[in-house]
Unconditional design. Structure first.
Length: 166
């Protein structure tokens, strides 16, 4: 994404991970900001770290990020632990999407506490893109399967199949 050579592509680009579900019109993502824009990481609020499930960038605008990574990959992994922290810190002057646009299935759709046993997860108000980071993935959420870590429970969420198809 930081390479200046992405075929004939140029201009503003919206990146979406494969494990997201588009719930509503996303045209507004292209007009929100001229800066590199990303989700503020739900587990690291106010630390300047993005979640790279949904981000918007200008093709070729951050070649320095890729160049530095190519020269210092091992040191970057030791210092940052993952690519989204490195990318957020290296770009520095970033914007975040409005909080309600990109919501976490785990943190904002699954009911809290005992509610997870009785209520089906719901689309968070104002959500345009529902993000499935880690587990469960969309196919697991449809049937209510948290995957190998079965310590957590939530009811099946069949409405996801209205928006997401394998």
């Amino acid at each position: 994404m930081c390479s200046p050579e992405i075929g004939d592509l140029k201009g503003k680009t919206l990146f979406l991970d494969l494990d997201v579900v588009v719930i509503d019109n996303i045209d507004c993502f292209f007009d929100h900001s001229d800066k590199f824009t990303i989700i503020e990481n739900w587990s690291q609020l106010n630390k300047g770290i993005g979640n790279s499930s949904v981000f918007c960038f200008e093709i070729g605008a951050h070649v320095d990020v890729l160049d530095y990574y190519n020269e210092h990959a091992f040191d970057i992994f030791k210092e940052f632990g993952n690519s989204q922290t490195y990318m957020s810190k290296r770009i520095g002057d970033i914007d975040y999407w409005p909080e309600q646009w990109c919501r976490s299935f785990k943190y904002q759709a699954i009911p809290k506490g005992l509610g997870r046993f009785f209520k089906t997860p719901q689309i968070p108000e104002g959500c345009k893109i529902l993000v499935f980071h880690g587990i469960p993935n969309p196919d697991q959420a449809i049937v209510g399967d948290y995957g190998p870590k079965r310590r957590r429970f939530f009811k099946p969420t069949p409405w996801i199949s209205d928006y997401w198809h394998e």
